[in-house]
Design a protein around this ligand. Structure first.
Ligand SMILES: NC(=O)c1ccc[n+]([C@@H]2O[C@H](COP(=O)([O-])OP(=O)(O)OC[C@H]3O[C@@H](n4cnc5c(N)ncnc54)[C@H](OP(=O)(O)O)[C@@H]3O)[C@@H](O)[C@H]2O)c1
Length: 281
């Protein structure tokens, strides 16, 4: 029996697992589509019920893979999708959401994010998000790639304080948010969803990570993910297209890093000593 996946709370009080599944690059190749859907279903079976997708991924193809994965078990999943900034006008956001709902084969998205800031005023996008919420088409809304200044501005627009999450690049090699954004978000009770938590796979060969992983009879990916989810209010959404790695990522919750491990990691991947511009992929 594995340890259950810890949860964190959205500002509404709804709890969600801190370990979910990403879908970027899924749906790009017909030949791997069935296996990708199987991976997501396997993750659902193991309690990784938060699935992150976006209208942008494979031009809607990733949402179609998610639809396949949740067919007949919609209530097992907490779905996150995103509107492109180029669609994020008042009417455009509503149209984009309705298209995502069709592709996802569902009548609601649990958390709907603005993928990054674009040319439309935040006030317009927030208005659209609020009306989607009223209509029951989304459960909550949030943002992605918002730095502390963007968050301040958002909190200043009408209903901007209803923001439920901020999804940003955060992993051992990119710790900039620890300087300010992470603490601000924690103090406001707004979860941070860490995207590319494995730095898109680039962390795998790091000697210090290999050393720590060996000491815990764990893997490098598990150490990298465990480092992030030890922070209150941080959710990770690793993406994998293989079921073996779904199981491996799920088992992250068994890995508890020690103070010595953390000191080694701080030397190998120094935390920010000054404000850094928010990195994006
Ligand atoms: N909001 C945004 O702007 C934004 C930007 C980027 C990503 N995201 C979201 O965040 C999710 C995760 O980020 P990401 O996909 O960029 O990168 P990631 O999760 O850091 O890394 C994915 C890569 O790591 C490999 N991998 C997964 N598990 C592994 C393991 N246990 N051992 C070794 N390699 C492993 C995967 O390969 P295999 O598939 O072959 O296993 C894939 O190549 C995305 O899928 C997407 O949902 C959001």
């Amino acid at each position: 029996m594995q340890d259950p996946i810890p949860t964190t709370a959205l500002p509404s009080g709804q709890t969600i697992p801190v370990l979910g599944q990403g879908t970027w690059h899924m749906g790009e190749k017909k030949t791997s589509a069935a296996e990708e859907a199987k991976c997501l279903r396997h993750g659902l079976d193991l309690g990784m019920t938060l699935i992150d997708t976006a209208e942008m991924y494979a031009d809607g193809g990733a949402e179609r893979i998610v639809a396949e994965a949740i067919r007949g078990r919609r209530n097992d999943a907490f779905l996150v999708s995103k509107v492109l900034p180029s669609n994020a006008s008042r009417d455009g956001t509503i149209r984009a959401c309705e298209s995502s709902l069709k592709r996802l084969g569902t009548d609601h998205i649990d958390l709907y994010l603005l993928h990054w800031r674009g040319r439309y005023p935040l006030r317009e996008t927030v208005e659209a998000f609020e009306s989607l919420k009223q209509a029951g088409k989304i459960g909550a809304w949030g943002v992605s790639n918002f730095d502390p200044d963007d968050m301040e501005e958002l909190l200043g627009v009408p209903d901007g304080g209803h923001v439920a999450a901020n999804q940003v690049l955060y992993n051992l090699a990119r710790r900039g948010i620890e300087y300010d954004l992470l603490k601000d978000s924690q103090s406001r009770g707004i979860p941070i969803m860490a995207y590319s938590p494995l730095d898109e796979g680039r962390l795998m060969r790091h000697p210090d990570l290999i050393h720590i992983a060996k000491a815990h009879q764990a893997t490098v990916a598990q150490v990298a993910l465990a480092f992030l989810i030890r922070n209150p209010g941080v959710i990770v959404i690793p993406k994998t297209g293989t079921q073996e790695r779904v199981r491996e990522n799920r088992a992250t919750v068994e890995v508890h890093l020690t103070d010595d491990d953390l000191a080694i990691l701080d030397r190998a991947f120094p935390p920010p000593g000054r404000k850094m511009p928010l990195e994006m992929i």
